[in-house]
Design a protein around this ligand. Structure first.
Ligand SMILES: CC1=C(/C=C/C(C)=C/C=C/C(C)=C/C=O)C(C)(C)CCC1
Ligand SMILES: [Fe+2]
Length: 546
């Protein structure tokens, strides 16, 4: 398994043409841009956790039935410092690093103290975010890195804290129909308070295109929620949204700020400051977008760990949300590289299987409803919300499907009633073996899988002018454990889940995390450099010139 997880991947800086078999639909023109960890050792030093790896961006440019692949390490400050020092000098999720090798005991003590809370990393390895016409590589700290989606070149480092008071922010923002970005971050012990801050970055700003007119400068705080605990806010990875509401789950998987403040001096990682408190509840915060205020009813559910929200929607006075839930935090434990070795199969059993669960929250709670009564009367779900005393409501889910992660939907249905979840199938280990299309209405699934193949997150791209939710294609980058088999971009018909085409590339591809598709039609005529300008004049191979 070391080939897939632990081995450093070489960049493919010049676009290389893939060998296409089958037929890519002629309307599919654009760039699939994805992110994930690609380098886990620097010099003699090694990261402990797969999520620590240095961000490797890669893209598949699809044009006129051909596919061109390229990859480039994000030239973050973290990457540059590590490469220059030829060792890991910046701390990541599972690895605490020490910048200066101290010469004597006094300077060592001084160095430790002056670094009590080191600056967080800008190794943005998780996802790609679109802000108007700009694209950023993202992680979960206060830093994002602007990138050129065509050349994969690294551009400026952006500190969210310049625009909004957050120390951490998710790498799974939402977008409204106009392309405005909505995200959530945590503001830690700021003016005596720890808060979850929901903020909005407009897609366009007056005078856009003029120097200095950046959407980020116009970031506004939409709403904030005081954390239940000043010194142990929840960890979260995503959130949910509908037309009128925002769903934030304050789960009992928490960060211990005091532990974090002493982590550097104690020589332990950030990950060791996170703990799951199975004796606690998960609080459901529902924010009404019209008033920008959280609902006063105290909704809660069992203790669980949720990384990915799938979708949410409103139906007959209820708010329904679908999430991939775990019974504990064992997922993060599994990704320690020490577990992802030859004995992978024995070491990497999840102690809880990721399960698609549907929750339902009543938007108007009748104060006179009997304690113990179920407030959900929808025929469409068996999810329940039990009235309790003191304005509390206990939500119990409907179990939809076990064994899936990295969920995606047709984003045109985000926040609305929907039918299809596209995901990677995973059972008791974090190995994605198949891609699955799950119909939440009929509860049936379609699957794609092939021997030795590990599929990445399946991304849905709609057919132009599509009416049906599944009228489109699925794109997934597939890596293989068989050294004889080249990695490839898989193109499936999203309706039937049959293979339309595959584009094999003779490179060492990494297993990635998340990304997005940029249709060619999205390149405006205005401020963007032309494709010709950006495609890279220095291309050795036949570059996708148009
Ligand atoms: C560096 C750093 C962090 C990084 C977290 C990361 C990198 C999480 C990755 C999660 C993924 C990939 C989940 C997939 O489901 C924290 C803990 C936010 C806080 C402190 C500094
Ligand atoms: Fe994620």
């Amino acid at each position: 398994m070391d080939i897939i997880f632990g081995r450093n991947k070489k960049e493919q800086r010049e676009p290389v043409r893939a060998t296409v078999t089958g037929k890519i639909p002629s309307w599919l023109q654009g760039i699939l841009l994805r992110n994930g960890p690609g380098m886990h050792t620097v010099g003699e030093t090694r990261y402990n956790h797969w999520f620590d790896g240095l961000a490797l961006l890669h893209s598949f440019t699809i044009r006129d039935g051909e596919v061109y692949y390229r990859s480039k390490y994000l030239r973050s400050d973290t990457y540059n410092s590590n490469i220059e020092a030829n060792r890991i000098v910046v701390s990541e999720f599972g690895t605490m690093a020490y910048p200066d090798p101290c010469k004597n005991i006094f300077s060592k003590a001084f160095s430790y103290l002056s670094h009590t809370i080191p600056d967080f990393t800008d190794n943005c390895l998780i996802n790609i975010m679109r802000c108007g016409e700009d694209f950023y590589a993202t992680t979960e700290t206060n830093y994002i890195r602007k990138i050129n989606p065509q050349t994969l070149e690294t551009l400026e480092k952006v500190d969210y804290r310049k625009y909004v008071a957050v120390n951490l922010a998710t790498s799974h923002p939402h977008y409204d129909a106009a392309g405005n970005v909505l995200n959530i971050g945590t503001s830690i012990v700021d003016k005596g308070k720890t808060k979850y801050v929901i903020f909005k970055i407009p897609a366009t700003v007056p005078g856009a295109g003029k120097k200095g007119q950046k959407p980020l400068k116009h970031t506004e705080v939409f709403c904030s929620i005081t954390a239940r605990s000043l010194l142990s806010p929840s960890y979260y990875h995503s959130f949910g949204i509908t037309e009128n509401y925002i769903i934030f789950l304050e789960q009992p998987f928490r960060m211990d700020i005091l532990k974090m403040a002493t982590a550097y001096i104690r020589g332990v990682s950030w990950a060791s400051c996170l703990a799951f408190h199975g004796e606690d509840k998960t609080y459901i915060h529902i924010i009404d977008q019209r008033t920008r205020k959280p609902m006063l009813t105290k909704f809660y559910m069992d203790p669980m760990v949720i990384f990915h929200h799938v979708n949410a929607y409103e139906e007959d006075g209820c708010l329904l949300f679908d999430v991939i839930a775990y019974g504990d935090s064992s997922l993060y434990q599994l990704f320690y590289l020490a577990n992802l070795n030859q004995n992978f199969k024995d070491n990497s059993r999840l102690t809880s299987v990721p399960t698609l669960k549907r929750f339902a929250v009543p938007l108007h709670v009748d104060k006179n409803a009997e304690v113990g009564s179920n407030l959900i009367k929808l025929p469409s779900t068996t999810a329940r919300a039990l009235k309790e005393k003191d304005d509390q409501v206990y939500c119990q889910p409907e179990l939809l499907l076990e064994g899936l992660e990295l969920p995606r939907i047709n984003y045109a249905h985000n926040g609305k009633r929907y039918r299809y979840v596209f995901a990677a199938e995973v059972q008791w280990s974090p190995i994605p073996t198949k891609i699955i299309k799950y119909d939440v209405l009929t509860k049936s699934s379609l699957k794609w899988g092939e021997e030795h193949c590990w599929p990445a997150e399946p991304l849905f791209v709609p057919t132009p002018g599509a009416q049906d939710e599944d009228d489109g294609i699925i794109l997934s980058a597939i890596v293989s454990t068989d050294p004889q088999k080249l990695p490839f971009l898989l193109v499936l018909d999203a309706r039937t889940f049959t293979e339309l085409a595959r584009a094999s590339v003779d490179v060492e591809m990494h297993l990635d995390l998340h990304g997005l598709f940029i249709p060619d039609a999205d390149w405006g005529t205005g401020t963007h450099p032309s494709r010709e300008e950006q495609d890279g004049a220095s291309d050795r191979h036949v570059a996708p010139q148009t």
